[in-house]
Write a protein of this length. Structure first.
Length: 235
């Protein structure tokens, strides 16, 4: 209970934000790998889906246009759901405001595993997984005050380039006052490493057992969130 409260409780610190973000980045890497193995697409990559929408619309490929629209609408819906759950928790019981979306993510991953294992149409699994990715990204964005996004590797890699550019400029003009934020660079490296490690584990796991590899991820998320959700008021 104490460890769950420290990670997903409403009293936040820089350390708890980073710990939760690292864990969620690894989960996102795993789920993204699962999306590729099960659906043949990376479900956290909205830039790619938006490009797909434009390309396939130009080619009049209605099926892929519909898939791209479904992916993006589901991602947006997931972000909206995460925001709603956090605000609902703040109104009713602040202790549970972050546990609620984490639990919802666990349930959505279970739904994805069930749909994929049952051979449901790919559109249903795509919608659920994109919904999950949007929910997770919105949750950690709100928890961290928009400082961290766990599924948006493009943004994180861009930030790494910015910090490296600052460091290089300081070498050229040491008196300019420009300097790299080494702490931020370390955080970005940690999150990218977690996403990569999660992707590697996910690729191996999904190749070995298929969509059922999602179940352990869901159990981990529910194990973090449920102790706080089920805790009685005043406990």
């Amino acid at each position: 209970m104490a460890s769950a409260r420290a990670i997903v409780g409403h009293r936040r610190s820089h350390g708890s934000d980073l710990l939760l973000a690292t864990f969620l980045a690894a989960v996102a890497g795993c789920a993204n790998a699962g999306g590729f193995f099960v659906l043949g697409a990376y479900t956290s990559h909205m830039t790619g889906w938006l490009s797909t929408l434009a390309d396939e619309a130009a080619l009049l490929n209605a099926r892929l246009v519909a898939a791209a629209l479904l992916a993006m609408v589901s991602f947006v819906a997931g972000a909206a759901l995460g925001t709603m759950l956090i605000n609902l928790g703040r109104q009713r019981d602040r202790r549970r405001q972050y546990a609620l979306p984490i639990a919802a993510e666990g349930l959505l991953l279970l739904a994805f595993a069930g749909l994929a294992a049952a051979g449901a149409p790919g559109a249903a699994a795509l919608a659920v997984l994109c919904l999950t990715m949007g929910l997770q990204n919105a949750t950690i964005t709100k928890i961290s005050g928009a400082r961290i996004r766990t599924t948006h590797a493009t943004g994180m890699i861009t930030d790494v380039g910015i910090e490296l550019g600052r460091a290089a400029f300081r070498l050229i003009a040491p008196r300019s006052g420009v300097r790299a934020n080494l702490g931020n660079l370390g955080i970005l490296g940690r999150l990218l490493g977690a996403f990569l490690a999660g992707g590697l584990v996910g690729a191996l796991g999904y190749r070995a057992v298929g969509a059922l590899f999602t179940v352990p991820l869901a159990v981990l998320l529910l194990g973090l969130a449920l102790p706080l959700i089920l805790e009685r008021r005043g406990a």
